[in-house]
Design a protein around this ligand. Structure first.
Ligand code: HPA
Ligand code: ZN
Length: 335
């Protein structure tokens, strides 16, 4: 059991979240409320029935339900309400800064316009006391041409997002499939990240780094299968945005006791803790920290390191980053 002091520290320490899909923050209650508001018919009869379907065996079994849940989002206010609800939970967990993924193709393919999506999410970010920026993710099960069309449609709103990422079905859709669109995003000065090494092999982490030239790896937990890659990630201080509860729910590890986040830290990798899709995986930021620290021999020094890593790996101006790091150290000096 976690001692009370450590639990309180995990809850109260300032932290950044760097891996959250905003569509994955849609709670079943909000899905049903939006379905009713918009006259959308769902395949599930009740909140309980929907929640009961959240028994995943792998990434794809989750994605099928995640895309179905997102089908209730039609109007700008829907995107606003979803984002505002997440930011409120983040604030309660003492998240000071968050970099939010959104999947425009999930919505544009249903006929929702790009401005509706971006303006709704962005306006909620502006109205929150939590510092929040946006990262547009391309769906890797779709073609690179579709990603290019999506990028072009988003460029009128270039000032409203800071980077691009790559998510959805990983195996069979390697990073190099998106070499051209990422090269274009790099020219545009966008930050670059990609999911790699969640279900996919270490080879995908290499191509995310060397072909896409990403600045962070999302998940990346399979890097430990390759000692040379592990050493490189540590040497380059390439951050991994690890999502412990997600990894358990999607059967990347059988049990939290088997999660490798402590091994990553011991290999001197800049690992961070994140919620991924909190409405689907059983918890927000503090739930992820608590579940991880309950299962593994992690203590105060690890908590401080993970809080520092979250800001160190954030896409923030140097002065602001230093301010957050000082805030973390001041917090731990009083523990
Ligand atoms: N992996 C890939 N795609 C996703 C995820 C994830 O964990 N969450 C939402 N889309
Ligand atoms: Zn993810």
């Amino acid at each position: 059991m976690l001692n009370e002091q450590l639990r309180r520290v995990l809850q109260q320490m300032p932290k950044a979240e760097l891996h959250i899909h905003i569509e994955g923050s849609l709670e079943p209650e909000l899905i049903f409320a939006l379905a009713e508001r918009n006259g959308v018919k769902l395949a599930y009869g009740s909140v309980e029935e929907l929640r009961a379907a959240y028994a995943f065996t792998d990434l794809q079994s989750f994605l099928d339900i995640y895309y179905a849940g997102a089908s209730v989002l039609l109007k700008e206010q829907d995107f606003y309400d979803m984002t505002a609800a997440y930011l409120k939970r983040a604030e309660e967990d003492n998240v000071r800064h968050t970099e939010i993924f959104f999947d425009p193709q999930t919505h544009t393919h249903r006929g929702v316009a790009m401005d509706v999506i971006i303006n709704g999410i962005y306006r909620a970010c502006q109205d929150s006391p939590v510092s929040a920026t946006l990262i547009l993710c391309f769906l890797r099960h779709l073609s690179e041409e579709d990603a290019i069309v999506t990028l072009e449609a988003a460029l009128p709103y270039r000032d409203k997002f800071i980077g691009v990422g790559l998510d959805s079905s990983e195996v069979g859709n390697p990073p190099e499939k998106f070499a051209r669109v990422f090269a274009r995003c790099r020219e545009l000065g966008l930050h670059l990240v990609a999911h790699a090494g969640e279900e996919g092999p270490p080879a995908y982490i290499y191509t995310a780094l060397d072909t896409l030239k990403v600045e962070r790896i999302d998940h990346g937990v399979r890097c430990l299968e390759d000692p040379a890659l592990t050493e490189r990630l540590a040497r380059e201080q390439m951050a991994l945005t690890v999502c412990p509860l997600s990894n358990i729910k999607l059967c990347v590890f059988d049990k939290m006791e088997q999660h490798n986040i402590l091994d990553l830290l011991n290999a001197n990798i800049v690992a961070t803790v994140n919620s991924d899709d909190p409405a689907y995986f059983g918890g927000y930021m503090n739930d992820n920290f608590i579940a991880t620290f309950e299962a593994l021999p992690l203590g105060l020094s690890h908590a401080q390191r993970l809080a520092r890593n979250s800001f160190a790996a954030a896409f923030l101006p140097a002065a602001q980053k230093q301010q957050y790091l000082d805030e973390v150290d001041a917090f731990f000096a009083k523990v």
